[in-house]
Design a protein around this ligand. Structure first.
Ligand code: NOJ
Ligand code: MG
Length: 561
């Protein structure tokens, strides 16, 4: 009898103001599995090594760890060439070790994010071996991007695309009868054939892989080259001026400038978002705040924001912050652009200064004492911002990019191009002792990449005992960060020139990227990235307190906001 019953009391299906998911304002520590800690003495980091050192992450004060790929892999790209997405490589341990790691991390209050590599498999994956055996036109080849070559005899690649790691993005196979055959696409190493994500079987397989790890209790996924899964359907040529695509260039100001071209038929195609809407549904069916973070080196803040629309992924790495040179104005611009792009989609930002693919930020900012001062100041500035901050193992020790000798280099970029490659940011961590392997593991001598001979003062053990160390500084900053309000947008200024300033609640963050000291604004100093000086100011430039903020230094002040 509609209309005569008294209306049901109105109840909200969700609590009013539910607490924000943990990843909205988290500090996430990236573990590069080969180089974090070795448990068995083979000189290569492994899962039990991580588990045994989780107390370091608790001591540091992070909320979560992201572990780079530890799945079965021939290791041509150190795990980013996956042969079995549901198995642990024996180099790193067993599935039982993965379960033990997740369980121990959860006991300690840490969340665990694992890496998923969907753009390509290893050429050693059962699917690729089946594709080679099955021949042209088969469903097995249809999981990858096999094409006939151009020109007489098909001996020219199907299009002009280049590999990110140097050379052509195509390799030609030999068919079962011994004749020269089709070509397959690999945007990275030739051992990393690209999958065809227009094939429903590929989509179903990866949803199942997500569930496999969600069922084991992981809290999220970092999605490798998230913007590359869909290519233009006809695989047309890329329009570009020259064929000399090279690695990013490091400017004198410490900016990383990617010499990318205007036309990118292999990146950031709009249909890729359908995949992430499907993945969103997969994760939403699980209890807890499971999350995803996209590694998508897209061209603009707006294109980054498209990956984190409410029905897609949780986060996307904000590489604009990492690529920025040492300039208050440039940092301010990134902050402003980031919030204006993300605000309409309602997603909190991320901030990152280092990872396993780029030159460590101490070195980007010039190295030595000045590089370290800038790195600490940049980090303190980043940690004050709303959103999540990603740290890369070793930055809490102030490590520089190591100089890996040519004969020791292992990065496929170095092997394909002869360039220096990424090994220098992947050298195993120094935990203690005075010579290699600096307690990285029970082995003797150098681990898989050689450690510098002058790291004795940089070990965790040496720094933990020193209140002035970079490790103690990170620890203090992460503890203070917990006092900041979780959400919010900040309005940043870069006035006077060279000085970035913003407020979070009652905390003011000030960074001096200039060449002269500036008056320190009013407020109690909560933490500074380096010494705050009394000297260096003319009478007229002096602050009320008589203190000044030296160049390459950042500070958090309370009460001055
Ligand atoms: C991005 C990863 O971070 C990098 O290390 C890897 O080489 C490529 N994707 C290819 O998987
Ligand atoms: Mg080992």
């Amino acid at each position: 009898m509609a209309g005569t019953q008294s209306p049901e009391p109105v109840t909200s299906p969700v609590p009013v103001n539910p607490p924000a998911p943990w990843w909205h304002h988290a500090v996430i520590y990236q573990v590069y599995v080969r180089s974090f800690a070795d448990s068995d003495g083979d000189g290569i980091g492994d899962l039990p090594g991580i588990t045994a050192h989780l107390d370091h992450l608790v001591e540091l004060g992070v909320d979560a760890l992201w572990i780079t790929p530890f799945y079965r892999s021939p290791q041509h790209d150190h795990g980013y060439d996956v042969a079995d997405y549901r198995a642990v490589d024996p180099l790193f341990g067993s599935l039982g070790d993965a379960d033990a790691l997740v369980a121990r991390a959860h006991e300690l209050g840490l969340r665990v994010i694992v890496d998923i590599v969907p753009n390509h498999t290893s050429s050693g994956h059962a699917w690729f071996l089946a594709a080679l055996a099955a021949g042209p036109g088969s469903p097995e080849r249809g999981r990858y991007l096999f094409r006939d070559g151009q020109g007489p005899g098909g001996d020219q690649p199907p299009n002009n695309w280049l590999s990110v790691f140097g050379g052509l993005a195509w390799d030609r196979v030999v068919e079962a009868d011994g004749s020269p055959g089709q070509w397959y696409l690999h945007l990275f190493d030739s051992s990393q054939p690209d999958l065809d994500w227009r094939n429903p079987e590929v989509r179903a397989e990866f949803e199942d892989v997500l569930r496999f790890w969600l069922d084991r209790g992981v809290d999220g996924f970092r999605i490798d080259v998230a913007h590359s899964l869909i290519k233009v359907a006809d695989l047309r040529d890329q329009i570009r001026d020259s064929d000399d695509r090279t690695a990013p260039i490091l400017t004198d100001e410490g900016a990383l400038v990617d010499p990318h071209v205007e036309d990118e038929p292999m990146w950031d195609q709009s249909e890729v978002h359908d995949i992430y809407r499907d993945w969103h549904r997969v994760l939403a069916a699980y209890p807890g705040d499971r999350m995803t973070v996209a590694e998508a080196w897209t061209r603009t803040p707006e294109s980054m924001a498209r990956y984190v629309r409410p029905d897609e992924l949780s986060q996307s790495f904000n590489f604009a912050w990492l690529s920025t040179g040492w300039s208050a104005e440039a940092f301010r611009q990134v902050i402003e652009d980031t919030f204006s792009a993300l605000d309409p989609v309602g997603s909190p930002p991320t901030w990152v200064l280092s990872n396993h693919d780029v030159i460590r930020h101490v070195t980007r900012y010039g190295g030595g004492e000045r590089g370290l001062a800038r790195a600490r100041a940049g980090t303190l500035t980043m940690l004050g911002l709303p959103g999540s901050a990603y740290l890369y193992q070793g930055e809490e020790l102030g490590l520089e990019q190591a100089d890996v000798p040519v004969e020791a280099r292992q990065d496929p970029i170095a092997l394909r191009t002869g360039e220096v490659g990424r090994d220098g940011c992947r050298v195993p961590l120094p935990w203690g002792g005075t010579e290699p392997p600096y307690d990285f593991g029970p082995g003797v001598g150098q681990p898989w990449l050689p450690q510098p001979s002058d790291w004795a003062g940089l070990t965790v053990a040496a720094q933990a005992a020193d209140p002035a160390s970079t490790f103690s500084f990170y620890r203090a900053a992460l503890r203070l960060r917990r006092l900041l309000p979780a959400e919010g947008i900040v309005m940043a200024t870069s006035d006077p020139a060279g000085v970035l300033s913003y407020t979070r609640g009652d905390v003011r963050v000030v960074l001096n990227t200039g060449t002269v000291p500036v008056p320190l604004p009013a407020g109690d100093v909560l933490i500074a990235s380096g010494p705050i000086s009394q000297s260096g100011l003319s009478q007229s430039g002096s602050s009320q307190s008589g203190l000044s903020l030296p160049p390459d230094t950042a500070v958090w002040l309370r009460g001055g906001a």
